[in-house]
Structure formats: C-alpha cells, structure tokens
Ligand binder design. Structure first.
Ligand SMILES: *Cc1c(COP(=O)(O)O)cnc(C)c1O
Length: 392
C-alpha cells in the first residue's frame, strides 16, 4: 500500500509495549526531535510537477502525522494495514461502503453500540443494505441465521455494549467464513492490549479511538485495521475520496494516548475487577455484568480470548427510577456519555448512549447503569459507589 495506510513490516517482531511506543515514531531526521513533529500543513511542495516527497501531495490523501498513527494502530492489532478516521462511526461507514453493494446484508449482534445499529439501519438501509439481528453470544444461532439466509458481513462486538456479552471470536470467524461472510470485530471495549481479533482470524478490526486508544477523553476518532490488501485498498479509497480523515491534531493526541495503552488497561482491569466484586456482593444490586466474574456466562470464553477483562462494568438495579437515582448520586464518577478515559464515568444507557435504539430489539433494560471505571485510586471509587447505593 501507499503512504495512505500505515504498513508495518515489523508487526509481531517486537512486544506490544515496544510497538506502542516506537511503531511509526521514528525520530525527526532534520532536528533529531524524539517525538515526530505534528504536521499541520494541508499541502506539500512538489519538486517539479508530480515530484512528491514521500508520496505526500494534499492533506486529505495523506499526512505524516496520520501515517504515524496508522502505522502504530496496525502494529498494535497485529495487522498489516491501518486507517484512521474522524470518528468510530466514520470508520465503520467507510468500511461498510467499501465492502458492501446494494442488496447485501449485515448480520449484527443484538447488543451492539447503538450508533452502529443506527448507521446500518438508517443511513445504509435506504441505500439498499439489509440489517439482520442475532444473539452473537450464541454461536449456534449465528450459524443457523447464516444458513437460513446469507449475509456479506458478520458484525461482532465483544465485550458488547452495555451488557458485556462475550462472543467467541475464533468460532464466529469460522462460522462466518464457512458461510462466505466477512468477519468484522468492533474491538473498542477490549482494545488490542487485551484482545487481538485479527490473530483469531477476523478480517477487519474497527475502533472508536475516542475511547481507550485515545484514553484521555480529549479526542474523537476511529480506525480500521486489516491484513487484507484488497479491503485496505477499498477502505483507503473511501477515506481519500469521501474524506472522513482524522485531522493531524487528533492523530497526534491518539498516538500519544496509545503509548500508554497497555499500562492503562492493566489498571482499568484491576479497578473494574474490584468494582465488579464490590457491586456483586451488594444487596441493592440485582445483577453485575462483568466478564471477569466467574458467574458471567461468557467468563470462560473471555478468559481464553482476552488477557484482561477491561474497565467496563454494568449493573442492574431494581427499576428505571432506582437506576436513574444511582447514576445521578455518584460524584467521583461523572455522569456523561462515552468511556475509556482515565477518569471514571457513569452512563444511563436507556436515556443516553442507547436512546436511539429504544423500542427496537436492541433496547437496554431500564434498570441498567453502565460504568466506565477509570484509573483513579480504587478505594475512592468504591466509597463513591457505596454512598450512592446508600441513597437508593
Ligand atoms: C463509541 C463507540 C463507537 C462509535 O465511535 P465514535 O468515535 O463515537 O464515532 C463504536 N463502537 C463502540 C463499541 C463504541 O463504544
């Protein structure tokens, strides 16, 4: 591929943390600057007509800061080609328009990110794409659905949002490939520090880099990583020709965040494990959804395909009013959409992140509250949960 996708010949040769810090991060040859400069230029001088230096022509087609990020993303997912976009949904849109044609079908889990459902249902639907929903944690049901009617894309999100359903990536890849479907995994919740779907056979990984990859709640972005040169070329053309690129400042911040991804995910997982255990023992809590709990139905699969259980925990309280009161009573957990930053957040899916799927088969039960457990001192998080549960 050209400069437009980060090509990573050394992927797999070095450890994850080494790649996170060094992939795409060569010192600036002119000044020796250890951190590659942030390239804001929208255009590039040509040495005679068509005489491009390093393939750079215009900021939409390629930018060195974006190339650096794309190289880093590809290396971390163990893929050959990385593409970064203006948002997670922009990445998903570019991918789906690259691989589908009118008349095609997407088979999707019944617990995916609400915006992903909305994209396929309300944007791609009118352009001739059919959406079919299945329980992605039930591999038999997925196989049966694909036997009944074909789908060109099998869209897997694991852990899922917000109920932390665990889908068996290797098994679903087999089932999808046997039925001729492309297997896409939204790896936003786990991040490549904990789970690498391409190594389990998936065709494409998508990310909202807004979440754990950026990691500091200060940038919106998205990414695709694949080993398939044909898909990379088609999605790269979407990136260039439709133009939903990540800007250089956003790419720079994401690169900076990625360098500490593994160490952050360790702390997110440790804190979330303690939070989940605490909630699980509390009388006011009906159910805790966390794949690290042995009682979680996907625990064994999570243990086999993830190297940690991540920072997302959901809980089910008595009813909608109780859940709302709990979400509004937390003080250290900020009431806000999004997830994956160093600071803890609380979200009430039914009226916030998942309001767009209310009344559909993806609707989230009214008693559910979702926590994005940050990397603060865990005793302070537990004390906040305790005081809020005490008010119910
Ligand atoms: C946030 C999110 C998205 C969408 O990403 P944006 O950056 O908000 O466009 C997609 N999938 C998952 C799992 C998400 O959490």
């Amino acid at each position: 591929m050209s400069e437009q996708t980060g090509s990573t010949p050394t992927a797999g040769a070095q450890g994850f943390d080494t790649l996170a810090i060094h992939a795409g991060q060569a010192h600036d040859p002119t000044t020796g600057a250890v951190i590659p400069p942030l390239h804001v230029s929208s255009t590039y001088a040509q040495d005679g007509i068509g005489g491009l230096r390093g393939g750079y022509e215009y900021g939409r087609s390629a930018n060195p800061t974006r190339t650096a990020l794309q190289t880093q993303l590809a290396a971390l997912e163990g893929g050959e080609f990385g593409l970064s976009f203006a948002s997670g949904l922009a990445a998903e849109d570019a991918l789906l328009r690259a691989v589908l044609t009118p008349g095609d079908t997407v088979l999707m889990g019944n617990d995916v990110y609400g915006g992903t459902h909305r994209l396929v249902d309300r944007i791609l639907g009118p352009w001739g794409i059919t959406l079919r929903i299945v329980d992605m944690t039930d591999a038999e049901a997925v196989a049966a659905s694909l036997q009944e009617a074909p789908a060109q894309v099998l869209w897997v999100e694991t852990p899922s949002n917000p109920l932390m359903g665990i889908a068996d990536i290797a098994r679903l890849t087999q089932i999808g490939h046997d039925a001729g479907a492309l297997v896409v995994v939204d790896n936003t919740f786990a991040s490549p520090a904990l789970q690498r779907p391409l190594l389990l056979g998936a065709d494409v990984v998508v990310h909202s880099t807004t979440k754990y990859l950026g990691g500091h709640s200060d940038v919106v972005g998205g990414a695709l990583v694949t080993n398939d040169a044909g898909i990379a070329e088609k999605a790269g053309f979407q990136q260039f020709a439709a133009g939903a690129i990540s800007g250089p400042h956003d790419a720079f911040l994401t690169t900076r965040g990625l360098k500490t991804l593994a160490i952050r995910m360790e702390r997110h997982s440790a804190n979330a494990g303690l939070v989940a255990g605490f909630l699980d023992r509390h009388d006011a809590v009906d159910t805790v959804y966390y794949p690290g709990l042995e009682s979680h139905p996907g625990h064994a699969i999570a243990r086999s395909q993830m190297s940690g259980f991540g920072g997302m925990v959901s809980l089910h309280l008595a009813d909608g009013a109780t859940a709302r009161r709990f979400a509004e009573s937390l003080t250290l957990f900020t009431l806000a959409e999004s997830l994956g930053g160093v600071e803890s957040l609380v979200n009430y899916p039914d009226a916030m992140t998942h309001a767009s799927v209310r009344g559909t088969e993806l609707a989230v039960p009214e008693g559910v509250v979702r926590l994005s457990v940050g990397i603060e001192t865990v005793d302070d998080l537990l004390a906040d949960l305790e005081q809020a549960l005490g008010r119910l």
